[in-house]
Design a protein around this ligand. Structure first.
Ligand SMILES: [Zn+2]
Length: 153
């Protein structure tokens, strides 16, 4: 606290912290008392409060909770997404199926070490695929319980 500084300057510097209740109780008290007796600083504090209120309401309206459920529940968008996912999954299954089928046939036409190596590779990728499926399933379940609960509000 600089005693050479005018009390108003000191108060104005700490207004923001004062409004956030971040000062010591003594300082809060001192600024509170100053604001009671100094219309200048009081006006400034009011302006600051007003500005914060505006900011808050601007943030709140931009995250418009009334429209959010409707956007999320937009049927055409969800149908398009569903068709898109179905196509992607079908393509992956088809291509993956063809490649693995060829691979498996080659593996079993081989003999000795090559065959066991191939089986090892198949087991490895099969395992990866199953892990991927389990993660996907968990995600879907999490998404359903999460979003739907929020939307129902
Ligand atoms: Zn003042």
């Amino acid at each position: 606290m600089n005693s050479n500084q005018s009390p108003c300057l000191d108060v104005q510097e700490k207004l923001s912290a004062y409004l956030d209740d971040e000062l010591t109780q003594q300082e809060q008290q001192r600024i509170y008392l100053h604001l009671q007796n100094c219309p200048n600083c009081k006006a400034l504090a009011d302006d600051l409060l007003q500005m914060r209120g505006d900011l808050k309401s601007a943030v709140l309206t931009s995250v418009d909770t009334e429209h959010l459920p409707r956007v999320l529940a937009d049927r055409p968008a969800r149908r398009l997404a569903f068709v898109g996912w179905a196509l992607v999954i079908a393509a992956v299954l088809l291509l993956g199926g063809i490649v693995s089928w060829q691979f498996i046939r080659e593996v079993f036409s081989e003999s000795g070490v090559g065959r066991w190596l191939g089986i090892g590779v198949i087991a490895f990728y099969g395992g990866l695929f199953l892990l991927f499926l389990s993660v996907l399933r968990q995600r879907l379940i999490a998404r359903k319980t999460d979003k739907y609960k929020k939307v129902q509000l």
